[in-house]
Ligand binder design. Structure first.
Ligand code: SAM
Length: 319
């Protein structure tokens, strides 16, 4: 494991070559990037009581105990269609992504006919990212989003590409450093805790095709809420539930036959791509995920279906 993306201690800089990295030590300077912090702080104070009430109402409304309707974690959880002990899932997910890391980008293009690039572009357009902002891409893997955000935030801004998996993060780091992205830090972090990051640190959080792999999704959403600055937004790009039934059948046929076959031919790994198809089916649908975001405290949550609901982008704010 290289020095740069070892999981840092809370007092260590994210990147030893860059002592200026502010993410791991203390909250970033607030306000100047967005130019609206004063009013946001005032709003936050006024809204906190209303928000707590709303939060409690959402928990009751969606009745979301961990491990129940949300397909979230209990003593056992799902790994694709298999039921496994909750502790086992992270290990199995890690094996999948260690195995696919080297071929991940080429497989993405093949499996989606390149359409994943359009889905990501749509999410980036919804991000409202601006120069000077602080962005965290969670489960960012090989860095498709972080690469674009690096350009968008410019030299005064900062992007953190984080992932739990060293193999994926290494591919992302090599790729972004080769592309000259000098304003990006690379940090190993579990989405369930986001432990290396201080509260209220980021203007924008993204998680693209990552959440369905996380064992405790509620914990992850709570961690995301914690590290987001007031006024910031979260975007979740993830496979979801197709809204047109005949289309869903065709999509099933494609996922369960073509994907493992492509995985076998290109990456010599049919099992990982069978997991991909199964994990998509086990992921909460659009409205359930929206409810989970609201339960974690996010406000003004909405979602947009892409390609008939094969994928959805969920958006929520910390106000
Ligand atoms: N975001 C990239 C993209 O859109 O191309 C990569 C997505 S890839 C399908 C899923 C990523 O989620 C993998 O890199 C994997 O290591 C990461 N992941 C899985 N569980 C995680 C967790 N608990 N915390 C952080 N990352 C996780």
């Amino acid at each position: 494991m290289s020095q740069e993306n070892q999981k840092p201690s809370p007092t260590a800089p994210a990147n030893p070559q860059d002592n200026a990295s502010p993410f791991l030590t203390e909250p970033l300077p607030q306000g100047t990037a967005q130019g609206q912090q004063q009013s946001l702080q005032a709003q936050t104070a006024q809204q906190s009581t209303a928000q707590n009430t709303q939060h409690a109402q959402n928990i009751a409304k969606y009745n979301l105990p961990r491990g129940a309707q949300t397909n979230n974690v209990g003593e056992t959880t799902h790994f694709g269609y298999k039921t496994v002990n909750s502790e086992e899932k992270a290990q199995k997910v890690a094996e999948v992504f260690h195995s696919v890391a080297a071929k991940y980008d080429v497989m993405n293009d093949l499996m989606s006919f390149g359409i994943h690039r359009l889905w990501k572009r749509f999410a980036i357009n919804m991000s409202g990212v601006r120069r000077g902002q602080q962005v965290l891409d969670i489960a960012g893997g090989t860095g498709d989003l972080a690469k674009v955000f690096s350009r968008e935030v410019g030299p005064q801004g900062r992007v953190v590409l984080s992932d739990i998996n060293e193999s994926m993060l290494n591919v992302g780091r090599d790729r972004l450093l080769n592309a000259g992205c000098s304003n990006v830090d690379f940090v190993l972090a579990n989405a369930e805790t986001l432990e290396p990051f201080a509260d209220n640190s980021f203007d924008l959080l993204t998680i693209s095709f990552g959440l369905r792999n996380v064992t405790d999704k509620d914990a992850a959403l709570e961690a995301m809420y914690r590290v987001l600055k007031p006024g910031g937004r979260l975007l979740i790009l993830e496979f979801s539930k197709p809204i047109f039934e005949p289309f869903a059948k065709l999509y099933d046929l494609y996922s369960f036959t073509a994907l493992p076959l492509m995985g076998k031919i290109v990456a010599n790994d049919a099992e990982s791509y069978k997991y991909l198809a199964e994990s998509i089916r086990m992921h909460p649908d659009q409205n359930t995920l929206k409810g989970m975001m609201e339960s974690a405290g996010f406000q003004n949550c909405d979602y947009h279906n892409l390609t008939g609901g094969i994928v959805a982008v969920h958006r929520g704010f910390k106000l």
